[in-house]
Structure formats: C-alpha cells, structure tokens
Design a protein around this ligand. Structure first.
Ligand SMILES: [Zn+2]
Ligand SMILES: [Zn+2]
Length: 269
C-alpha cells in the first residue's frame, strides 16, 4: 500500500475526471492521498475532497509562496478556522521560492513565518516548498519552528541540504525528479536518507515521471517513484511502500488503515 503525500487533485487540471483519477489510484493500490492547498480557495477544495473520501484523502491547508500576497489577515483567519476541520492533517503547502519569485521575497518570508506560527498553535506538521531558498529556509526554521515537525516536499537538494532538513527533525519527500536518470546526486541522497524519514509523492499534476513525461501527473504514478526508490535502496517494492506509508502515518498522524479501506482483495489470495 502506497501513500501519495502530495497531490493537488483539487486543481482545475482534474476538473473533468477528478473522481476517475482518484478511483484509478485506489484501484492501483494507492491507500492514501494528501492534498495540499496553495491558497484559501484550493485549501477549501482540498478539505471538501477529504470530507468526501474519509480515511483515504486528507487535506493540507496553506498558502504557497507563489501566492503569498493573498495571505491577508482575513485569509489567515480563514485558514485557521479551516484547519480545525476533520481530515486536515497539515499546514501546507507553504514555503519559499526564490527561483520563480512570483511573490516578493519579503512577502514570502512573512507568509511562511505566520503559517509556521499557525502550525505550532494547532500542533500540525508543515509541508514545505523550498526552491533556491535553502539558507533562508533553514534560518527561518531555526528561528520560528521550534517544536514544529514537517516535510521538505519534492526534495531535490544535495546531501548537505538533506542533513540540514534531517537535523531539524524534518522528513524528506521524493517525487518524479528522483526517477530522472540525470539526477545522479539526488539518487545518492535518496539511497542514503534514513529509512524512518523518507516519503514519496507525485506533486500531481506536475513533475510527471517517465514514461508519462509531458502528460498530466496523477497519484497512481507514485508507484513509479516508489519503484525507483526501492531500486536505489536495495529493497523490494512492497517493503518501500510499507515503509513510506508507515512514515506518512507517523508524520501526518493518519489513522491506521482498515483492511476494507484498502484495495479490492484478490480472490486467488
Ligand atoms: Zn511545491
Ligand atoms: Zn505542490
């Protein structure tokens, strides 16, 4: 059983076939999907999906660094209220993105600080987006994330950056980039990272792994990430799936999955 710890299935890219995509993931052995928001509206949509699929889909409530300018006091109050809803397991996705800089850096830093405080207040883990902003992220976490746990989603850094994240008590979540042959250094980090701190995700609809590159990504493709991770770590696929699902259950405090909530039992087994 696999857990896709990061898939934006509430986004418009899934407007036409969202329930089919979710059903296809369940049929393929994906046990759980964590759906992070990127602003108040998409956080509400994530919570609606979690409500519609109890114990299978879970929501993150957060404002992405790209959308940091939308995090007004009113929006933050909206997130605080929404985050108390059943099925919400994280504050995210939140973070810094100094590569695309779609919001001014000072605005991104302020939004991150406010949402780290919210995570601390509500005792929820954070889902972090961190691109070309590692030094600032580490400084922010040291200063404002005492006691806050979480994950560096779609980790693409080097071993030193991984050690920084692990030293802060954070998890590393691996996505499509770990399957790309050219990412040799990332493959080394994925092979080396402590077993109890690794997660897998798709970041759907983005970062589609081969052989589906160029198409929309979907939660069921988390199996391709898991297969590559298993190969890199010398594990069987099932072992890697169980390990990362246990880690997701621990980080996000997901309830134990009941057998009837899993994939359809095969008659021959
Ligand atoms: Zn992200
Ligand atoms: Zn994302």
């Amino acid at each position: 059983m696999l857990t896709d710890t990061h898939a934006h299935v509430q986004m418009p890219q899934f407007a036409r076939d969202r329930e089919d995509v979710i059903a296809a993931a369940f049929a393929d052995g994906i046990a759980r999907i964590v759906v992070p928001g990127i602003d108040l509206e998409t956080s509400r949509a994530a919570v609606a999906l979690a409500t519609a699929h109890p114990a299978r889909l879970f929501a993150g409530v957060g404002t992405h660094p790209h959308d940091a300018a939308t995090l007004t006091d009113e929006a933050l109050a909206g997130q605080r209220a929404l985050a108390r809803t059943a099925g919400v397991v994280a504050i995210g996705e939140i973070g810094l993105d100094f590569y695309r800089n779609l919001s001014p850096r000072a605005t991104q830093l302020a939004a991150l600080e406010a949402q780290l405080a919210l995570a601390h207040e509500l005792d929820l883990p954070v889902i972090l987006h961190n691109r070309e902003s590692h030094a600032e992220m580490v400084a922010m976490l040291h200063a404002h994330a005492r006691g806050v746990r979480g994950v560096f989603h779609c980790f693409i850094g080097d071993k030193t950056m991984a050690q920084d994240a692990l030293g802060l008590g954070f998890y590393l979540s691996f996505a499509g980039p770990v399957t790309f042959a050219k990412n040799v250094e990332l493959a080394e980090v994925a092979a080396w990272a402590p077993a109890e701190r690794i997660l897998v995700e798709t970041d759907s609809p983005y970062l589609t792994p081969p052989p589906f590159r160029g198409k929309r990504n979907e939660p069921r493709h988390v199996a391709l990430v898991a297969r590559r991770m298993a190969e890199l770590r010398g594990l069987r696929f099932e072992e890697l799936a169980d390990l990362t699902t246990r880690n997701a259950n621990t980080l996000f405090r997901l309830p134990e999955l009941q057998p009837q909530e899993g994939v359809t039992q095969h008659a021959s087994l």
